[in-house]
Design a binder for this molecule. Structure first.
Ligand SMILES: NC(=O)c1ccc[n+]([C@@H]2O[C@H](COP(=O)([O-])OP(=O)(O)OC[C@H]3O[C@@H](n4cnc5c(N)ncnc54)[C@H](OP(=O)(O)O)[C@@H]3O)[C@@H](O)[C@H]2O)c1
Length: 322
C-alpha cells in the first residue's frame, strides 16, 4: 500500500503552516475501522487547533479534521455490523485531513446521499442535535434564536429546527440573509446593524449561541420565561458576568457544552440518536447539505483562509482524488 498523506500543522501559526506530508498509516484498534477518506470538512475548531489553542484529546491523531466521509478499507478486531467497502461518514476527535483514518464503530454513520457532501454532516448534526434536543429540549411551536446562521452549524440548525416545527430567528451579516431565509429562517437579524436583544426581548425559548461572553447579557435579555441558553462557541470571549437575578426572574437556564472531548461511549450515544432522529430528515431531503465550496485537501491552507474571513455560507469541504 502507498504511504498515506495528511495535513500536518508544522508549528502553531497561520494557514501557511498546514502542509501535505507523508505520515504513518493508521492501524485499527479493536472496535475500530479504517476509512479511506473521500472528503473532510473545515470546522472553526480546526483554526484554533492550527493556532495551537485546541489540542486533540489523548489517543487522537494530531492532524485536524473532526469529520470525514469515505469507504471502509479494514476492520479491527471485534467489529460487527460494518463491512469492507461500506460507504460511511464519521464523527472524529481529529485526523480527518488525511487519506486514511481509524474510527471507532460507534462514530460511523451510513452515507445519507452523496459521498462527498456527507463529509459535512457528522460534526454539525451531532452538535446541533445534542444541544437542541438533549440539552435544550426544543419543541415544535417554540422560538429558537440561532446565532451565526451562515455558519456550518447555523445552516444545519436552521433546517433542523424548522423540520421540528420551531419558529427560527437567526443572526448573520446582510449578505447571507437571502440564503438563510431560503433555508427556512422566519427572521434574520443583521447583528452589525441591529441589537438582536431589542428585537427578541423575552421571546426566545431556546438560544443556540456561538459568541459566549460578548452575547451573554443580551442573550439572557432575549430569553423567554423558562428559556434555555446553550453556549457552544466562545467567539466573543470566554469570561463574562452572568446576572443570576435576570435569569432567576425568567426561571431560565444556561448550559455550555463541547463535543470533541467527550468519551467514545457518549459520542456513540449521540451518533446513534442522530442516526435515528436526524438521518431520516436528510434522507427525505428536509435537511440539505449546504456546501459553500470544495477545495482539494492538499490546499487546506486556502480553505482555512476562506473560513477565517467568514466568506462562506455552510460548509467548506476538503476533497481527495478529484
Ligand atoms: N461546542 C461544540 O461542541 C461545538 C461543535 C461545533 C462547532 N462549535 C462552535 O460553533 C461555532 C460555529 O462553528 P462552525 O464551524 O459552523 O463555524 P463557521 O462556519 O466558521 O462560522 C462562524 C460564523 O460566525 C458568524 N459570526 C461572527 N461574528 C458573529 C456575531 N457577532 N454574531 C453572530 N454571528 C457571528 C459568522 O457569520 P457572519 O459572516 O454572519 O458574521 C460565521 O458564519 C464556532 O464557534 C464553533 O467553535 C462548537
Amino acid at each position: 500500500m502507498d504511504p498515506m498523506h495528511a495535513i500536518i500543522i508544522r508549528e502553531p501559526g497561520g494557514p501557511e503552516v498546514l502542509t501535505w506530508t507523508e505520515v504513518t498509516d493508521p492501524e485499527p484498534r479493536p472496535g475500530e475501522v479504517i476509512v479511506d477518506v473521500a472528503a473532510s470538512a473545515v470546522n472553526r475548531a480546526d483554526l484554533l487547533q492550527r493556532l495551537g489553542a485546541y489540542d486533540p484529546p489523548p489517543g487522537i491523531p494530531p492532524y485536524p479534521g473532526l469529520e470525514c466521509s469515505g469507504t471502509i478499507s479494514a476492520l479491527g478486531d471485534g467489529v460487527t455490523g460494518w463491512q469492507v467497502g461500506d460507504r460511511v461518514c464519521a464523527l472524529l476527535g481529529g485526523g480527518g485531513y488525511a487519506e486514511r483514518v481509524a474510527v471507532p464503530v460507534g462514530q460511523l454513520l451510513p452515507v445519507p446521499g452523496d459521498l462527498i457532501e456527507a463529509a459535512g454532516f457528522p460534526e454539525v448534526a451531532c452538535t446541533v442535535w445534542s444541544n437542541l434536543i438533549q440539552v435544550a429540549h426544543l419543541r415544535a411551536g417554540e422560538t429558537v434564536l440561532i446565532h451565526g446562521g451562515g455558519s456550518g452549524i447555523g445552516t444545519f440548525a436552521i433546517q433542523f429546527a424548522k423540520a421540528l416545527g420551531a419558529r427560527v430567528v437567526t443572526t448573520a451579516r446582510r449578505a447571507k440573509h437571502a440564503r438563510l431565509l431560503e433555508l427556512g429562517a422566519d427572521q434574520v437579524i443583521d447583528y452589525t446593524e441591529e441589537d438582536f436583544a431589542k428585537a427578541m426581548t423575552g421571546k426566545a425559548d431556546v438560544i443556540l449561541d456561538i459568541q459566549g461572553a460578548s452575547y451573554l447579557e443580551r442573550n439572557i435579555e432575549a430569553l423567554a420565561t423558562n428559556g434555555r441558553l446553550v453556549v457552544i462557541g466562545l467567539q466573543g470571549g470566554r469570561s463574562g458576568e452572568l446576572n443570576l437575578g435576570a435569569l432567576m426572574a425568567k426561571r431560565g437556564s444556561v448550559s455550555v457544552t463541547a463535543l470533541r472531548a467527550r468519551p467514545p461511549e457518549e459520542k456513540a450515544q449521540i451518533v446513534s440518536g442522530v442516526r435515528e432522529e436526524v438521518w431520516p430528515l436528510i434522507e427525505s431531503g428536509a435537511i440539505r447539505p449546504i456546501i459553500d465550496r470544495r477545495i482539494p485537501m492538499a490546499e487546506a491552507a486556502r480553505a482555512h483562509e476562506v473560513v477565517a474571513e467568514n466568506a462562506h455560507t455552510g460548509k467548506v469541504l476538503l476533497v481527495l482524488g478529484q
